[in-house]
Design a protein around this ligand. Structure first.
Ligand code: GUN
Length: 175
């Protein structure tokens, strides 16, 4: 069994077998346990940054198709899954941290329009480390990033996924 997933110590993680390691860390990258699976062989980790670096390296080594799959594993911000309570616990908490669970009807309409325009242009959802943002700064970045090229936006979205993963690890490890 994996240890208590509320708060864990890195020493415990370094001692986990592969299935327990993946069970504990499989959601650090949204719905993409292959990242934790690939990082397991790099134990022991000296610290949370080291663990994060190993996970980022797994993603960077993967090809463009895997990158697109990873981006597509994310739900829309303030989207239908959020409305119907079907987000992962991490995503629910992240979206709530920026007030995206309490939008006015006009704000909701704005997010819906931007989500659709972004998906139409890039083929994956808009991803941003929302814990570092306010509702307004998310909307500002949304508008600005819509002007990017597909290649720029794939890179930007991946960097945001790395930030989200680091923040999720901080929640898990307190640091
Ligand atoms: N930023 C932080 N969490 C999420 C998420 O679950 N989905 C998207 N699209 N962006 C996020």
């Amino acid at each position: 069994m994996p240890p208590d997933v509320d708060r864990v110590a890195l020493g415990e993680v370094n001692g986990l077998d592969r299935p327990d390691f993946v069970a504990l860390l499989g959601g650090i990258f949204e719905d993409s346990p292959w990242v934790a699976d690939g990082a397991w062989a790099s134990r022991p980790f000296a610290g949370v940054d080291d663990l994060h670096g190993a996970m980022v390296a797994v993603v960077r080594r993967a090809g463009t198709e895997a990158h697109l799959d990873l981006l597509r594993a994310h739900p829309d911000l303030a989207g239908r899954l959020a409305e119907t309570g079907r987000l992962t616990a991490s995503s629910t908490a992240e979206q709530a941290s920026a007030g995206l669970d309490r939008l006015t009807p006009a704000e909701k309409t704005r997010f819906n329009g931007l989500n659709e325009a972004y998906r139409d242009k890039f083929g994956f959802p808009f991803i941003i480390a929302v814990r570092e943002h306010t509702k307004q700064s998310i909307l500002d970045r949304f508008e600005a990033r819509l002007a990017n090229t597909a290649e720029q936006e794939r890179q930007t979205a991946l960097e945001e996924v790395f930030k989200i993963a680091r923040l999720r690890l901080a929640q898990l490890f307190r640091g």
